[in-house]
Design a protein. Structure first.
Length: 77
């Protein structure tokens, strides 16, 4: 999948959780959504983008979610 599309999807998820005043809960919500609804290929690709391009184009909340919950988001297969 195109990384620009994944970035847009991730930022849309982040925008939804921005309303949560507790940013720790918001980051957890983003990570939980991505883990639950994105297939492993998508998760691998967004994490590779985080490593290779420092997550260029991703919102601060999404970056926090990916960095904080990386272990949970990394596919095992």
């Amino acid at each position: 999948m195109d990384i620009h599309h994944l970035t847009k999807l991730a930022n849309n998820i982040g925008a939804f959780f921005e309303a949560e005043p507790d940013k720790t809960k918001a980051a957890r919500g983003v990570a939980t959504h991505i883990r639950s609804f994105w297939d492993p290929r998508m998760r691998r690709q967004i994490l590779a983008h985080l490593d290779e391009k420092q997550g260029e184009g991703l919102s601060e909340l999404v970056l926090t979610a990916l960095r904080t919950h990386r272990d949970e988001l990394t596919p095992t297969k």
